[in-house]
Design a protein around this ligand. Structure first.
Ligand SMILES: N[C@@H](CCC(=O)N[C@@H](CSS)C(=O)NCC(=O)O)C(=O)O
Ligand SMILES: [Fe+2]
Length: 265
């Protein structure tokens, strides 16, 4: 068998090249190369079936929370503290109608954090995002992508380098947000999902704000193929959405006024 000898110099060069490639954390179609200082945790509220997402940079310790729930604010603050993160942004994908946001409470539990929501939501926050603007934490960023239709202030937060999309209630796993209140519109939602989410690469992971069936994540490719609503024509989609006949969320009357003011009603 032929023996290959590497000089120390060659090995160091190989190590340096590997380190550079890891720092670049680029996304290739099919193979996903992720940076190793990206922290991600999915949390769940059993009452409202809401997913809250903690994202962080494990080098700088800066973190963001997406869609926190008021009743879970202590849980979230404890976890963030235990993990040694500094919460810089508590963000909402939209003005929720089914639960009260935890952003206001988190601001007092973790001083220095700021609340963030899309400008078109009409809700109060420290930072109002417009389409295309980005929120940075350490060396990572989330791009705010306007996806109205469930509400007219809905945003999907896209982390391009990690190939992740936090879709709020615009796109759920094998479903989508209802369009029968908060200025919802099935035509607008259909257009948003097709033009802003389904145009992302197929391997991008989809993380919604809710799931009622125990599903935790999906992908753009999967939803383009199997979503029972959004694979239909626009006319069929409108027909489906206009006939969902869902009861209003139990907490709608308290949630909407509270969420207009960061949950501090
Ligand atoms: N039963 C729940 C409310 C369920 C609900 O209406 N969910 C919303 C998202 S929260 S605004 C939705 O869009 N659902 C779509 C669907 O197809 O289920 C409660 O009482 O809180
Ligand atoms: Fe919603």
């Amino acid at each position: 068998m032929m023996k290959i000898k590497y000089s120390l110099h060659t090995l160091r060069l190989a190590q340096a090249l590997l380190a550079t490639r890891t720092r670049q954390h680029r996304c290739f179609s099919g193979a996903i190369e992720k940076s190793n200082n990206f922290f991600f945790r999915q949390l769940f509220d059993t009452e409202s079936c809401t997913y809250t997402y903690l994202l962080g940079d494990s080098d700088t310790r800066e973190a963001v929370l997406i869609d926190p729930v008021l009743e879970q604010a202590e849980r979230d603050a404890k976890l963030i503290t235990e993990l040694g993160f500094k919460l810089i942004y508590a963000m909402n994908t939209h003005m929720h109608a089914d639960h009260i946001t935890g952003t206001g409470r988190l601001k007092s539990l973790l001083p220095g954090s700021r609340s963030v929501i899309g400008k078109s939501s009409g809700a109060q926050a420290d930072i109002h995002l417009c389409d295309g603007e980005a929120v940075r934490f350490g060396c990572h960023q989330l791009v705010a992508c306007s996806t109205p239709g469930h509400t007219n202030g809905c945003f999907t937060f896209v982390c391009h380098e990690q190939c992740m999309a936090f879709t709020g209630d615009a796109l759920l796993i094998r479903g989508c947000g209802r369009t029968d209140f908060q200025e919802g519109s099935p035509e607008t939602l259909y257009h948003s999902v097709h033009s802003r989410i389904f145009t992302l690469p197929d391997h991008f992971k989809v993380y919604p704000a809710h799931d009622y069936k125990g599903q935790t994540a999906s992908s753009v490719g999967e939803e383009k193929k199997y979503n029972p609503r959004l694979t239909k024509s626009l006319e069929e989609f409108v027909q489906i959405m206009d006939n969902l006949n869902l009861p209003y969320p139990k907490k709608i009357d308290e949630s909407i006024p509270a969420n207009k003011v960061c949950g501090l009603f």
